[in-house]
Design a protein around this ligand. Sequence first.
Ligand code: B4P
Length: 182
Amino acid sequence: MTHRLLFLGPPGAGKGTQAQKLAESQQLLHLSTGDLLRAEVQAGSALGQEAEAVMARGELVSDNLVLAIVRGRLVAHGGGWLLDGFPRNLAQAEALDQLLAELNQPLQKVLLLELADDELVERLLARGRADDNEAVIRHRLEVYRQQTAPLISYYEARGQLKRLPSYGSVEAVAAQVQLALA
Ligand code: B4P
């Protein structure tokens, strides 16, 4: 079966971790806007230079930048896909709806990974990426609550949302993900 899926959840909930596993096992295109932005920063492109300071502050990069990245990848791809870290606000969700209607590739499911703040902070501090210090993490959580969390009811109203507790080992969470797709 072709999967067209989206992972939603606060920073550190394990979206990237689970998306990578699932994309490998189901042979899906894994589109992580965070990874794609970090690759642009690494390459020192104009886009990367624009994104770098915004990401270091824990804020969201501009919708137009992110949309251009996602559009290019989805248009060039024919099979199943998994979006990780996108959309992150209502404007991005609406733009995604438009793009998917244009491509005639409707979204099938949204998997929401849920975890308590203290555990999120602990996981991110252990990861130790450039934007993983406590003050920036707390700000990212605030940005998530204000801008991304409204997407939960957006997708819930369409009957597309599956809530998954993200406690326990990576394997235990992966088993929940498999169950949600069955
Ligand atoms: P992202 O790259 O999307 O990263 P994240 O939300 O911080 O982490 P994720 O939930 O993927 O956690 P992970 O699996 O890595 O965003 C970074 C920044 O990019 C944003 O702040 C923003 O500036 C920008 N950005 C990205 N997308 C954007 C968009 N659409 N619009 C605008 N800006 C955008 O897991 C975290 C850690 O936990 C890892 O170390 C992992 O090993 C560990 N872990 C995972 N599962 C575990 C488990 N079950 N048990 C223990 N540890 C676990």
